[in-house]
Design a protein around this ligand. Structure first.
Ligand code: HEC
Length: 157
């Protein structure tokens, strides 16, 4: 009985944390390792792993860096996504909703600059969001993370 209750409180805390931007500071936290393994809000609602190390790699490889700055590195077509420049604490759902809202601008820009729209699996998007929310991991971001073809796209802009 006690276990069921605490699970409910935990899920409630999470739902409040994700749904209410102003409450994020007081909201219950999922321990870092659990977030990195993925987690459940309920039996009907799951989240993939939020892995900032994967996100760092993808931010460069997928080409976000061509248009967005991170840790002083990257293009200026889109806004700087370094922690502190983007709204903090980073709300994962806000990032998803911003991507949706800006899709009509970003997709043609990607077709233009990269040749096609960037495709992201749920795990890949979660990784990039985790990276946007991890100033420590961002400090490790350098030109060495950027593959040669992406560097070429950056130079051509
Ligand atoms: C070809 C250029 C380009 C690429 C590549 C690109 N973006 Fe963007 N992005 C933009 C532009 C331009 C905007 C701003 C649209 C506006 O606000 O008018 C934007 C907006 C955004 C926003 C919303 C920012 C805000 O403050 O509203 C997010 C988040 C974002 N991009 C994330 C990404 C991620 C993550 C990637 C890689 C998976 C990516 N973008 C790849 C050009 C790009």
């Amino acid at each position: 009985m006690k276990k069921i209750l605490s699970t409910r409180v935990f899920v409630f805390g999470l739902v409040v944390a994700l749904a209410t931007p102003g409450l994020a500071d007081d909201a219950m936290q999922i321990p870092g390792e659990a977030a990195k393994d993925g987690f459940k809000l309920s039996d009907q609602l799951i989240f993939p792993p939020f892995n900032p190390v994967l996100g760092r790699k993808l931010f460069a490889e997928k080409g976000c860096v061509v248009c967005h700055k991170m840790n002083e590195i990257g293009g200026e077509d889109g806004p700087d996504l370094t922690y502190g420049k983007y709204d903090t604490p980073v709300n994962a759902m806000e990032v998803a909703s911003d991507l949706w809202e800006k899709a009509s601008i970003m997709i043609p820009a990607q077709e233009d600059e990269l040749g096609s729209q960037i495709e992201l699996s749920p795990e890949e998007l979660a990784g990039i969001i985790a990276f946007m929310a991890d100033p420590q991991e961002q400090k490790h971001f350098s030109k060495a993370d950027i593959p040669a073809d992406i560097l070429k796209d950056m130079e051509e802009m």
